[in-house]
Design a protein around this ligand. Structure first.
Ligand code: SF4
Length: 252
């Protein structure tokens, strides 16, 4: 994946330009069973000690080169080859993207897709604060399902996660539902997920399912549109929160 790529058509954000702070390899602190990038093979230890991230200069040059192609976009999406907040100078990178947006794409939205597992880091919180929209992943509402679905490579649990999310000024939550050998649509799972969403109180909620086979666990199956609407209905009934249902695939 290039450092700056696109245009990518997104049902949520229109035509987008993608920024990949992570370089050629997948760099993530999760190993989600459905990840479109496949399994996470780099350990966090290796990432912290040996991995060479792209420099800010390389990222700036790639952004400017892309803009020269003059492909119009509706939004800049920071996502790429894994978890963007793992970039060592994430706050600096976001400042730079903010300047580049002001210079070349005024008025266009900056969106960051994150697993939200690094919000104990001041740099992550500060960087995310510079985005117009912070999209946090919540596929599970309890610790045991978090382990199964997102298979974290770091120490994280729901309490720590929620503590981090509350440091953000606001957020969008994106949740992906599926059945199979791991199923996050069973009653108890949905009840716990609703409880967590009630605590987070996101500005916007996006719920979606798989439409590509999982590379990590091929037994996973997409859920139908009715199931997604029924989850949205239960959420609204219990918390008053409205979810947008996206039956089509979601990136990252
Ligand atoms: S889906 Fe996102 S958070 Fe999960 S492993 Fe893939 S890149 Fe990481």
């Amino acid at each position: 994946m290039e450092l700056v790529y696109g245009p990518v058509t997104s049902h949520r954000y229109g035509t987008t330009l993608g920024v990949n702070l992570l370089g050629r390899e997948k760099v993530c602190s999760y190993n989600c069973v459905y990840c479109g990038l496949g399994p996470t093979s780099l350990t966090m230890n290796k990432v912290r000690k040996d991995y060479i991230f792209p420099s800010l200069d390389d990222l700036r040059d790639a952004f400017r080169q892309y803009i020269k192609k003059s492909v119009p976009v509706d939004a800049v999406v920071v996502s790429g080859n894994g978890e963007p907040t793992l970039y060592p100078e994430f706050d600096e990178a976001m400042r730079m993207i903010h300047h580049l947006r002001e210079e070349h794409l005024p008025g266009k939205k900056i969106v960051v897709l994150t697993n939200g597992a690094h919000l104990d880091s001041k740099k992550a919180v500060a960087g995310l604060g510079l985005a117009d929209e912070r999209v946090i992943k919540i596929d599970a509402g309890n610790d045991s399902l978090l382990q199964k679905v997102n298979d974290p490579l770091i120490r994280i649990n729901m309490a720590k996660f929620l503590n981090g999310v509350h440091k953000l000024k606001d957020c969008t939550v994106q949740s992906l539902f599926f059945t199979g050998d791991i199923d996050n649509t069973l009653n108890e799972a949905i009840e716990d997920w609703i409880e967590v969403l009630g605590m987070v109180k996101p500005k916007t909620i996006q719920i979606c399912t798989l439409t590509r086979p999982s590379k990590t666990l091929p037994s996973l199956k997409a859920v139908d549109e009715d199931t997604l609407y029924s989850i949205a209905f239960k959420l609204k009934k219990r918390t008053g929160l409205e979810a947008n249902v996206f039956p089509l695939p979601q990136a990252g």
